[in-house]
Design a binder for this molecule. Structure first.
Ligand SMILES: Nc1ncnc2c1ncn2[C@@H]1O[C@H](COP(=O)(O)OP(=O)(O)OP(=O)(O)O)[C@@H](O)[C@H]1O
Length: 249
């Protein structure tokens, strides 16, 4: 047998209409290789959330397919898929509900059968990776918003996901917390897909970006090239902050 490379994510001809008939996706194709960090850009209503909800089977394909590390997202693979696709919601409070930070991080792996010293090690490692180990015994609701977002990332990392999917990771963060999270994400060595309206954040973190617009992938290429194309940005209602200049390489 020859060697072949399995992508972290393959989406083929994915189309989806909500029960009320609203067609949100019209045949989306995309592949993300292992270790890539990719930004998913696009105006309000483009279908970004709808696409993300297909990645771990919250929604299942009306038409087309989603495959994570070679495993198709289907009803009978959901358990495996939910472990492989680490979704970090925009609001960390949707993800943190245990009395302490370490209980929250332990919840997923404990459910998957990890126990004892192995569980302690997994929790410690995930908290260390997001710089939150000192907060292990604190109640999540005593932490700042930025700290809670980092703990939410840790709860997902503890499952050793194939791909980390972040919804608006920089939203509601002050400049220092925004920069700290960028440093953490850059250090992770995991495949990342991040949905963002923060174009400078996409540029800083992701070599490649996708523009989803009107339910289709309208552009896929180096972030720097996409963000340098004023016409492309205007066409898809994307705007760089006033006065922002793309830094020279
Ligand atoms: N539950 C629903 N029922 C019907 N239509 C929906 C539902 N959720 C979303 N839509 C519609 O599907 C389309 C895509 O919405 P979606 O939330 O995926 O866009 P988005 O790119 O995530 O937008 P935003 O940037 O505002 O979060 C929109 O036309 C939206 O109105």
């Amino acid at each position: 047998m020859g060697t072949f490379v399995v992508n972290s994510l393959d989406v083929r001809q994915l189309a989806y209409a909500y029960p009320d008939g609203t067609q949100a996706l019209f045949g989306v194709d995309l592949s993300i290789a292992r270790g890539e960090r990719v930004a998913l850009l696009g105006p309000n209503g483009a279908g970004k959330t709808t696409l993300v909800m297909h990645l771990n089977g919250i929604l299942t394909a009306g038409h087309g397919s989603v495959t994570v590390a070679g495993t198709p997202v289907r009803k009978d693979t959901l358990k495996e898929i939910r472990q492989r696709v680490g979704l970090v919601f925009q609001d960390p409070d949707d993800q943190l509900f245990m009395p302490t930070v370490k209980d929250d991080v332990a919840f997923g792996p404990a459910n998957a059968g990890v126990r004892g010293e192995e569980l302690d090690r997994v929790v410690k490692d995930a908290l260390e990776r997001v710089g939150m180990l000192e907060a292990a015994d604190r109640p999540p609701h005593h932490l700042s918003f930025g700290q809670r977002r980092r703990v939410a990332v840790a709860t997902v990392l503890a499952m050793a996901p194939e791909i980390l999917v972040l919804d608006e990771p920089s939203s509601n963060l002050d400049p220092a917390a925004r920069r700290e999270l960028a440093e953490i994400l850059r250090s992770l060595d995991v495949t990342v897909l991040m949905v963002t309206h923060d174009l400078p954040y996409a540029l800083e973190l992701c070599e490649r970006s996708l523009i989803l617009s009107g339910g289709v992938i309208a552009a896929d290429g180096p972030t720097r090239e996409l963000l340098s194309d004023a016409e492309l940005l205007a066409e898809h209602r994307l705007e760089l902050p006033y006065g922002f200049a793309i830094p020279a390489v």
